[in-house]
Design a protein around this ligand. Sequence first.
Ligand code: FEO
Length: 408
Amino acid sequence: MQTQPIEIAKDIFYIGVSDPDIRTFDIVMRTANGSTYNAYLIKTSDGVIIVDTVKKEFQAEFFLHVEALCSYEEIAYVIIHHIEPDHSGALPQLIKKAPNAKVLISPQATTMLKAIIGSEEIAFETIWTNKQLKLGDKTISFLTTPYLHWPETMSSYVHEDKLLFSGDVFGSHYYDKRLFNDKVGDFSYAFAYYYEHIMRPFKSYVNNALKLYERFEIELIAPLHGPILRDNPHQYIELYTQWSHKQKPSEQKILSIFYLTSYKNTQEMAQSIMEGSESVEGVITNMYDLSSIEEPNMIKILEESDGFLIGTPTINADAPKPVWDLLSCLMFLEKAGKVAGAFGSYGWSGEAVDNIIIRLKSLKLRVPPLEPLKIKLIPSKDELKKCFDFGEEFAQILNGKMIEIDMA
Ligand code: FEO
């Protein structure tokens, strides 16, 4: 484990800490190789700048690093790119120790800052794109990069060193004491996994951030987690560019029908809905059996779908677990604009479809106000015709037919 600060550029030091034993981060992320909470210290001819802090449990080591490099009186600024507790955990103590420090944060972080410090009496200033800090021999430009991964997140660029402090962007949950990307083991899986879980739901914001980064010549990327990217940092920018690339809207709309079925009744409904939707020119429909589709594939299909339907039976007054698993995948995706709905066959009470519709609406998907398509047990010929009509109507809406959609 690192015990000394490490100089990563002229007068810029790594003062982060390691958490090699963590195996789950933020409840949902697996961290097989542990993680790090990266923080940095910049020594200038006119004072010291601290760049982010660490998780509270690790603050003692963080302060040892700070003390090895400067006195607390020398600290002029503390830049907080991201106020999530894994990066702001040591901030309350740091403010107490550093009497001359002013905190620099994005405007969106203000309320959270006051809540974390537990006081209104904080020396702070807000920063955003095009604002600059010039202290001694270092010049730092701030970049507003919201939603990467919280609404308040920022990046910044040190001109003299061509160094990008990227916040969570380009991070990995990957601990390796060798610290630099050219020294550590192969962390490509962790880099991609981090993108998929943290960045993918915000692809538009990633694209905006990449445009801001393009303004600068970047030789070194210092993220908030995982290896510091000094060897060919552009390969990581390129990966984000590829992963966040959005296909130009196609002429064709993609409708995915996910279904679960016990006695083939919901499956038959799905089949008729698909036939109805395929009667609409410009809509391509595919069917997927939820009982045997794995989560990464659910995410991929949902991401590529302009709209989707969920067919579910009702078991014990609810939809079975694979349906809820599918809905939980939406957490990793940009949902805006997707059209969604539900249908299903039931035996006794038939609550599953209504439960799913409520959930789809609460996720802010576009749910057309069609009559709920619920059929008791085996669909009759007439009922299958209803399914066909439902599919046709849904596909027309997907294709741009104007209707009022209640987004409440
Ligand atoms: Fe590393 Fe979003 O915190």
